[in-house]
Design a protein around this ligand. Structure first.
Ligand code: ATP
Length: 317
C-alpha cells in the first residue's frame, strides 16, 4: 500500500467506532452523531467500552478478523487512543481515525489541529485526508505501547492535581499544571539519547515523543515530526524556575532558554539518579511507584492513521 494516495475511491465499506463513555467529553449524543456520520458512508458498528483495557481487546479482535474494518474510529481522550493503538499496532488492514472525546485530546490536535471533528470525518470520506504511518514507541520497563509520549517530573505530578479539580475540558490541565508547578521540587536525573548523555542534574521534566502537544495545549516538542522514525526529547532542567514553565511551553518559547535541552534519537532513557522511583506518565497515565527509569524505543511507522495533510507532514502511503 505504501506510496498509494488515498484520493478518490471509497475509503472503506466497513467502519468500527470504539467509544469510551467515561472519557472527558464523550457524551452519548456525540458518540451517536459520530456513528451516524460514518454510517452515511459505510456499514458502521459501534462498540462502547465497559472497562479499562476493553478498547485494546476490541481493536485487536477487529483487525485480526477475516474481514477487518478498513476504518477504526476511536472516540475518547488520549488514554483511550493509546488503548486502541495498542490493539492495532503493526496492522496493515485498518487505518485509525482519532476523534476528540476526552479532556486534553492531544493526539487529535497532533493529527487534525483545531479542526472540528465533522471536518475530519468529511475529509476522510471525501478523499481529502492524508494517510500516514505514525511513529510509536515501546516503554521498555513494561512493554506498553506509547502513542502521544511520556514525561517525567512536573507533567506527571500534574495528573494528581487534575484528579482533584472539578473543572472539565482543557482548563482542567491548565489549573492542574499551574498547581503542580507551584508545588514542584526538581529531582536528580539523567537523560540519555542512543546511549549518550544529553543532560544530567536537577530536572523539572523530561518529555519524550511523539506528539508536539501535551495536555492539549502545551507545545513541549515543537519540532517533533510524526513520521521521521525518531523520538524527540526535551529536558527542562532545574535552572528554569518551575513557575515560568507553563507560559514558556504554551508557545514553545522554552527552546531558547538556558537550561533547556533538546535531542532526537531511536532510544531515550530517562532516569532518576538517587535510587528513588521516577514519577512519570505516558499518554496521560501516571506511573509513580513502578521503576527508577523510563526507556522508550521507537517503533517507526507502526500505525496507519488518517490526518490533515497540512498538520501532519510526511509521506502518504
Ligand atoms: N468503560 C470504561 N470504564 C472505565 N474506564 C474506562 C472505560 N473505557 C476506557 N476507560 C479508561 O478511561 C481512561 C481515561 O480515558 P481518556 O484518557 O481517554 O479520557 P480523558 O482523561 O478524559 O482524556 P485525555 O487523556 O485526552 O485528557 C483510559 O485510560 C481508559 O483506560
Amino acid at each position: 500500500m505504501r506510496g498509494e494516495r488515498a484520493m478518490g475511491g471509497p475509503v472503506t465499506d466497513q467502519v468500527l467506532v470504539i467509544a469510551n463513555p467515561t472519557a472527558g467529553t464523550a457524551k452519548a449524543e456525540l458518540v451517536a452523531a459520530i456513528r451516524d456520520a460514518c454510517a452515511a458512508h459505510a456499514e458502521t458498528s459501534l462498540h462502547v467500552t465497559t472497562a479499562r483495557g476493553d478498547a485494546t481487546e476490541t481493536a485487536r479482535r477487529a483487525v485480526a478478523a477475516r474481514t477487518p474494518p478498513g476504518l477504526v474510529v476511536v472516540v475518547g481522550g488520549d488514554g483511550t487512543v493509546r488503548e486502541v493503538v495498542e490493539g492495532m499496532i503493526d496492522t496493515t488492514s485498518s487505518t485509525l481515525l482519532v476523534l476528540p472525546g476526552g479532556t486534553g485530546n492531544s493526539v487529535y490536535r497532533m493529527l487534525w489541529g483545531d479542526r472540528p471533528w465533522q471536518e475530519a470525518v468529511r475529509a476522510v470520506f471525501g478523499g481529502q485526508a492524508a494517510r500516514r504511518r505514525l511513529d510509536l514507541a515501546r516503554l521498555a520497563e513494561t512493554g506498553a505501547v506509547v502513542c502521544l509520549g511520556a514525561c517525567s517530573g512536573v507533567v506527571a505530578e500534574a495528573l494528581e492535581f487534575a484528579r482533584r479539580t472539578p473543572i472539565t475540558g482543557r482548563g482542567r490541565y491548565t489549573k492542574a499544571f499551574a498547581d503542580a508547578c507551584a508545588a514542584h521540587k526538581p529531582y536528580p536525573g539523567r537523560v540519555s539519547v542512543d546511549g549518550k548523555v544529553l543532560y544530567e542534574g536537577d530536572t523539572v521534566l523530561a518529555n519524550v515523543g511523539g506528539g508536539r502537544y501535551r495536555g492539549g495545549q502545551y507545545l513541549l516538542l515543537p519540532m517533533s515530526e510524526l513520521t521521521d522514525g525518531l523520538l524527540d526529547v526535551c529536558v527542562i532542567s532545574g535552572q528554569v524556575d518551575p513557575l515560568r514553565v507553563p507560559d514558556l511551553i504554551r508557545t514553545g518559547a522554552h527552546l531558547g532558554e538556558p537550561g533547556v535541552y533538546y535531542g532526537r534519537g531511536s532510544r531515550v532513557e530517562v532516569e532518576r539518579t538517587d535510587g528513588a522511583n521516577l514519577v512519570f506518565e505516558h499518554d496521560g497515565e501516571l506511573h509513580a511507584d513502578t521503576a527508577g527509569s523510563m526507556t522508550l524505543r521507537v517503533a517507526p511507522g507502526a500505525l496507519p492513521v488518517w490526518a490533515d495533510a497540512a498538520v501532519a507532514a510526511g509521506p502518504d502511503w
